[in-house]
Design a protein around this ligand. Sequence first.
Ligand code: PGA
Length: 250
Amino acid sequence: MRRKLLLGNWKMFKGPSDAKKLGEALKDKFKGATKPDAVAVFPPALSFASVRAALDGSPLTAGVQNLHWEKDGAFTGEISAAMAKEAGAVFALIGHSERRQYFGETDETVNKKTKAALANALVPVVCVGETLQERDGNQTNMVLTRQLKGGLAGLSAESAATIVVAYEPVWAIGTGRVATPEQAEAAHAHIRNELRVLFGALADSLPIVYGGSVKPDNARGLMSQPNIDGALVGGASLDANGFYAIGEAF
Ligand code: PGA
């Protein structure tokens, strides 16, 4: 059985004090056993410490939204995988479409970051997904293959054993236009096949989560698909009740 993950990407929302409040609300909400096998939130880097502290004693963990592949150095504005690890991060989002779109992230930098995360015992959540134009041009599978082959290049099955892939169609992110369960499942099945080409039998144990306008009322249909192993939630993860309700749909 694959692990089912509920991940909350807070993006550039919640400064340290608001993040602390949300962390406390989540700790309160997710008290007992959770339906997902793991629940994690990704606050802005400046708020990471206050969220980590607020979640102490809770089963929830936290991750960073980005990292740099070097251990340290003259890279103004960046944080390294080693620093994220030291601060208590468990996961690292890598190659989110907003980073690809606005900050020049490429499959090559995704590859370096994924390797840095793995080398520092962080679980990389490698994000892939096509734009609307690419989907309309019947290029979805080609784009996903290119992003996976580039982003995961040079990894052995052994070193890739902990990775998570997030399928996030760009046209579904923050738009309220969720992929249908069938559309998402088709993309996830394609991703699983590509992972099989790259890593053989390991592909069957790697979680592939869906992201893009996941809400409490559409989560169940998505989660019932055989190749959808969880959700990467943006907007709806900023509300403890809504985020919890998505987990209940697992
Ligand atoms: P959304 O964002 O749920 O607000 O669409 C998802 C994401 O960008 O990870």
